[in-house]
Design a protein around this ligand. Structure first.
Ligand SMILES: C[S@@+](CC[C@H](N)C(=O)[O-])C[C@H]1O[C@@H](n2cnc3c(N)ncnc32)[C@H](O)[C@@H]1O
Length: 374
């Protein structure tokens, strides 16, 4: 049984914990920007392949008191690194957190790397090279107060990089956040879904993958654990085959995205093609003021521009008012959700929110607002 830590966006810890439990994780315990869990190697492979809401799965190697750089170096040297990598394997070290003596992540990472390659030089007369782009072994060192957690990153590149999205709109949501919003909205595949400001299509695409039981990891070229000495290729191929067999042939309810911008919509269509759902999800060019429902009820999820990255906050007030008017006048029987990072703009919607959920979009504190429309 290994100890794992799944890293997640701030605010999504309990959503990720529920997902990990569904995937068979044991001892699941949400923490700040992550979830602790335990399980075997099969579970770790499966989580990397199937989880929709998490960034990375870290395999915890060691935890120790770590007040300063000297102790960090010694503790790293006490590990027999030949169990994990040979001099012909490349490595990279990511450092996060910090304390008063280890307050520079680049320096902390350098200490760890030096301790490993010094050991290799002593034992083998050779050392691993550093490859920050595509290392065989990605090491994660997290310092909090006087405590260090040393892990191997089994994911490699963050899992929000599904591999199906070459084309991105101006302010795309991370795929992991889009998947989490669907969970927070308690959407399921039997409920029609609409994103009237879909941009590059992240919300409808993540909904389609979920509804069709398509594993998000199937589009990725590589996971971190594939470069490890203990990589079990046969087991991994079995899990991929198993995931492919779970794919469903059709949607149970319509999933649609619209946007006024034809160039961005074109990107959404390219992305849909990349993940093989272009026949399932519908994207249409529609200006919000002319939007009409295609079913009697359903769930709307959208993230309108909120001025941090796109548009002018004053002009956007009119857009939020229009959103509220369209919801109220044409979408009776629906439930609508708006993700926004601007509370003043949210007030312009002019509807009473039934629920407000705090979430982070990258480093931007946002609110996910729920409106019951009747
Ligand atoms: C923040 S982006 C959405 C990003 C999207 N969730 C993604 O992941 O790519 C907001 C989108 O709203 C669209 N938009 C703005 N005003 C609109 C309007 N009046 N009618 C329709 N779409 C509009 C923009 O074209 C933009 O693509």
């Amino acid at each position: 049984m290994n100890q794992y830590f799944a890293t997640v966006a701030r605010g999504l810890e309990s959503i990720a914990a529920k997902e990990l439990e569904r995937l068979g994780a044991r001892d699941v315990r949400p923490d700040f920007t992550g979830v602790h869990f335990s399980g075997d190697r099969t579970l770790m492979y499966r989580v990397n392949l199937l989880a929709r809401t998490i960034f990375r799965v870290l395999v915890i190697l060691k935890e120790f008191p770590c007040p300063d750089a000297k102790i960090l170096y010694q503790e790293i040297q006490n590990i027999r690194w030949e169990h994990y990598l040979q001099p012909n394997n490349s490595l990279a070290v990511n450092a996060t957190g910090g304390n008063s003596k280890l307050n520079h992540n680049h320096f902390t990472a350098l200490q760890v790397k030096n301790a490993i390659i010094d050991q290799q030089r002593q034992k083998f007369g050779q050392r691993s090279s550093v490859n920050t782009e595509n290392p065989d072994i990605l090491i994660n060192v997290h310092i909090h107060q006087n405590h260090c957690i040393l892990s191997l990153d089994s994911s490699g590149a963050s899992l929000h990089r599904r591999g199906y999205r070459p084309a991105m709109g101006l302010a795309p949501l991370k795929e992991t956040l889009a998947a989490a919003l669907l969970e927070l909205a308690e959407w399921d595949a039997t409920i029609p879904l609409l994103d009237p400001m879909c941009g590059s299509g992240t919300i409808p695409l993540e909904a389609s993958l979920n509804a069709l039981n398509i594993a998000p990891g199937l589009f990725r070229k590589r996971f971190g654990f594939e470069g490890w000495q203990d990589f079990d290729q046969t087991l991994w191929e079995e899990l991929i085959e198993e995931a492919k067999n779970y794919k469903l042939p059709a949607l149970k309810a319509p999933i649609t995205g619209s946007d006024r911008n034809s160039d961005i919509l074109n990107q959404a269509c390219i992305n849909a093609k990349q993940c093989g759902v272009e026949q399932m999800v519908k994207f249409t060019q529609t200006e919000l003021s002319t939007l009409e429902p295609i079913t009697d009820n359903g769930i709307i999820i959208c993230n309108p521009p909120y001025g941090e990255r796109l548009g002018n906050v004053r002009e956007l007030g009119d857009l939020y008012k229009l959103l509220g008017d369209v919801f109220k006048q044409r979408f009776k029987g629906w439930t609508a959700f708006i993700l926004t990072g601007n509370k003043e703009l949210a007030k312009r919607v002019g509807l009473k929110a039934a629920h407000r959920i705090p979430v982070y979009n990258g480093s931007i504190p946002c609110t996910f607002l729920k409106y019951e429309l009747y």
